[in-house]
Design a protein around this ligand. Structure first.
Ligand code: PLP
Length: 436
């Protein structure tokens, strides 16, 4: 058995001075305690107890080039002596924004922020200011950060969430003002008829529709064929801005994100995480007429660390790698991810475990279900989470770190040898789960 004695002792100490012993609530989701890591290197993390983990959590997405990627940390190191924050512009912001506008679908202009949560807030405010409407439509199971305006019906209990064809907005946390629920319309995902009816019920009131184009947080579920196109059409028909939250999909499922993959263009898009390969950077990109309201109408957006020198340097260096040879790195990542997904599915069959492996090669989920492929939040909520927790623990024991819900993120550092090692470890882990 792996020992976590040092992590357990450190966590006990941390709880004395650090609220809850962690800096983000999602980090509670770890056994036996939130673990302490001392080093990340490529596809691997080293914890304080000396355990080595093949890491498929990757900071929940940013580490697309693996941990401590050389070109990025060298570029950041070279920038350190220049300073960090100027409360003014630095030339790298100009260079990066121009590159991003050349690359990303619908990006006529961009504005940088520091976290995805803030960028979502900016996009929602822009939509309200531009349309003069107050309501924002979001989808059940989709996560757009932890703000009062967005942390609604992300993982609602089905006792509170209302009927599947007309969900009720559910606050995700104590302390959120009930008034935000009145400005939020919640809809089931991957169901165009339901969306059409929802638009009719709130005709002329919806400023923006925000969605994860692939429902990653609710289960790495792809949009059904034609769904994103239908959403695009309904938004245009109703004068609602389509806000595509590519915080996870951006720079992960392809160089041009989900919009590039599925051929749909939103009015506003949000990117973060992989864009700076581990350094804090988020952004809103999109239509010039909408983004211009920042200046023309004085729509407020601020942030002390926005556009800081190191995040700009990191993103430029990351883009150099990601864009090389027309994004050839994505084809390689896709091939390895496909091999891993197929390998896991074959192992599940071998051990007679009802595991479904679903998603994109660079971000997928293992569900315990004998039913059909989950298509939305309610389907994924019906899967056996306890069985997934058991697999998570067994994988950790074999040196493979995945999210407890069964999410696997891939990086370019997960080469063929790492995939082979992972499959061998997963074979042992699944055997242990099957025995239990
Ligand atoms: C789709 C999506 N949007 C927004 C966010 C919030 O980003 P951040 O954690 O940087 O605030 C996340 C974070 O996981 C996310 O997955």
């Amino acid at each position: 058995m792996r020992s976590y004695a040092k992590s357990i002792a450190l966590y006990e100490q941390a709880r004395r001075h650090l609220a809850g012993g962690v800096s983000s609530n999602v980090r509670y989701a770890s056994v036996p305690v939130p673990l302490f890591f001392v080093r990340g290197e490529g596809a691997r993390l080293h914890d304080v107890d000396g355990n080595v983990h093949i890491d498929y959590v990757l900071g929940n997405g940013p580490a697309i080039l693996g941990h401590a990627p050389k070109p990025v940390i060298e570029a950041v190191a070279a920038s350190l002596a220049e300073g960090q924050v100027f409360a003014a512009q630095n030339p790298r912001e100009q260079e990066l924004s121009a590159r991003l506008c050349r690359l990303l679908p619908g990006a006529e202009v961009v504005r940088f922020a520091t976290s995805g949560t803030e960028a979502v807030l900016m996009a929602m405010r822009l939509a309200r200011a531009f349309t003069g409407r107050t309501k924002v439509l979001k989808f059940e199971g989709h996560y757009h950060g932890w703000s009062d305006q967005a942390f609604i019906s992300t993982r609602p209990s089905l006792n509170e969430a209302g009927p599947a064809d007309a969900p009720i907005p559910v606050a995700g946390s104590p302390g959120m003002p009930p008034s935000v629920l009145g400005d939020t319309v919640v809809c089931g995902w991957n169901d165009l008829d339901q969306l059409r009816a929802t638009f009719e019920r709130h005709r002329g009131q919806i400023a923006g529709l925000i969605m994860e184009p692939v429902m990653v947080n609710g289960g790495a579920i792809a949009p059904l064929p034609g769904y994103l196109e239908g959403v695009r059409d309904l938004c245009s028909e109703h004068g609602t801005l389509f806000i595509c939250d590519e915080v996870i999909t951006g720079f992960r499922i392809g160089l041009r994100g989900a919009q590039g993959k599925f051929g749909v263009t939103a009015d506003l898009s949000i990117y973060a995480k992989a864009v700076a390969a581990g350094f804090p950077l988020a952004m809103v990109s999109g239509r010039r007429d909408v983004m211009d309201t920042l200046l023309d109408k004085g729509v407020m957006h601020g942030g002390t660390y926005n556009g800081n020198v190191q995040s700009m340097a990191a993103a430029l260096a990351a883009l150099d790698v990601l864009e090389a040879d027309g994004g050839a790195i994505y084809a390689r990542m896709e091939a390895r991810g496909t091999r891993l997904m197929d390998g896991l599915a074959a192992l599940a069959a071998k051990h007679r475990l009802p595991i479904r492996v679903q998603g994109m090669p660079a971000i997928f989920q293992t569900f315990f279900t004998s039913g059909a492929a989950p298509r939305n939040y309610r389907d994924s909520a019906a899967c056996d989470r306890d069985a997934m927790l058991a697999l998570h623990a067994a994988l950790q024991e074999e040196g493979v770190r995945v999210q407890q819900a069964g999410k696997w993120f891939l990086s370019t550092a997960h080469d063929d040898a790492v995939i082979d090692e992972t499959l061998a470890a997963s074979d042992r882990a699944m055997a242990a789960v099957a025995r239990a």
